[in-house]
Design a protein around this ligand. Structure first.
Ligand code: SF4
Length: 355
């Protein structure tokens, strides 16, 4: 173990006290922090992956109101689950949550340890540690991007890290050694909260940091440069999509079982999947990034010939959805947003337009 890590572990009792005192005073109020149970923790952790906390809060509240525990969720229909998740993205999380509810309610008792929780699909080491430490008091560390950032700065880890997985591996041993054995759940949440509020990616607020006196990066003045990751080559892709309206209904593609990520969700169909090519300029162009790929999404209003309607009717994934019911159609977040934009730009004229 490197010297900065040993120094930090020696200071662990004082560091824990400082961090927990700060957390008690400054933690943000979040609905899952009151009455933490395994269920509320797993729902919040899965929702918070890749998603901003402010976005998650109303989803979480609607979710636990509808399905307050694993038992209630286990009886839910997948379509209802996806509908409530619509807009949060990464829909496999919703399906995994439903699958998890079905599996754990079939057991005589809920699992308690991180090792047991990790056996379930969709529950990685991070989520398992969060459930076990927050709901059951097991002293295991949660290592997410915030914790990696805090620990890399505290220890002054300046070697390049390959990716998030190798960064997690690098800091898990240290995080486990630091976690408070009496309040592991609070300690883990405090580390993540520190990363989110004080030890931010840009402009860390070292003057307000409760653990500043143990921080190597603060001493060296290079906190903002840590952690260092090998830079990844960005790829770009262009996707042409068709906005097809007929008698106030929109043509959507609802993905079937073959879709890895989007089964049960609906999106604006790609032109290539309809057997048509774009002509002229798109009506809307929107950009988004998924992983390391930057997509340019080009949305074209398509006026199709009668033959096309017939061909599309035989495609089981295509369906017509009334514009008034778009909000209930389990559309993915960006697609619902783009359609709202297009409809508000086009006004009532387009809603009644017949090709
Ligand atoms: S002192 Fe600054 S860089 Fe170090 S942990 Fe605190 S906020 Fe992060």
């Amino acid at each position: 173990m490197a010297r900065p890590e040993r120094t930090l572990i020696q200071a662990a009792p004082a560091l824990r006290r400082a961090l927990l005192a700060w957390f008690a005073q400054y933690q943000r109020s979040m609905p899952w922090r009151s009455k933490p149970t395994a269920y509320r923790t797993v729902v919040s952790e899965l929702m918070c992956q890749q998603t901003q906390i402010a976005t998650v809060i109303p989803y979480f509240e609607r979710w636990v109101k509808q399905w307050p525990d694993f038992k209630a969720l286990a009886k839910a229909e997948e379509a209802a689950v996806l509908k409530l998740w619509a807009g949060l993205g990464y829909y496999s999380r919703a399906r995994n949550l439903l699958g998890l509810a079905k599996q754990v309610t079939a057991l005589p008792a809920l699992p308690r340890t991180a090792v047991e929780w990790q056996e379930f699909k969709g529950v990685g080491p991070y989520t398992a540690a969060a459930i076990a430490s927050i709901a059951y008091g097991e002293p295991v560390a949660v290592v997410d991007g915030n914790v990696v950032r805090v620990l890399s700065r505290l220890t002054g880890h300046r070697a390049q890290l390959k990716d998030a997985a190798s960064a997690t591996k690098q800091f898990t041993g240290l995080a486990d050694a630091l976690v408070d054995p009496k309040q592991p759940g609070d300690f883990n949440q405090a580390m993540m909260e520190l990363g989110a509020l004080v030890c931010r990616k840009a402009a860390p607020d070292c003057a307000k940091c409760p653990v500043a006196k143990w921080c190597d990066a603060r001493r060296q003045g290079d906190a903002e440069k840590l952690p260092r990751f090998v830079s990844k080559a960005r790829q770009t892709a262009v996707v042409e999509r068709a906005l097809v309206m007929r008698s106030g209904k929109l043509l959507l593609r609802r993905y079937g079982r073959d879709s890895r990520r989007l089964v049960g969700m609906a999106e604006i169909p790609e032109m290539v999947s309809l057997g048509v090519k774009p002509s002229g300029e798109p009506t809307l162009v929107r950009r988004r990034t998924i992983g390391t790929i930057s997509y340019e999404e080009r949305l074209h209003v398509l006026v199709a010939a009668a033959g096309s309607w017939r061909r599309w009717t035989s495609d089981p994934e295509l369906e017509w959805v009334a514009t008034e019911t778009l909000e209930q159609a389990a559309l993915t977040g960006p697609h619902l947003r783009w359609l709202r934009e297009w409809l508000s730009l086009s006004g009532p004229k387009v809603r009644g337009k017949r090709p």
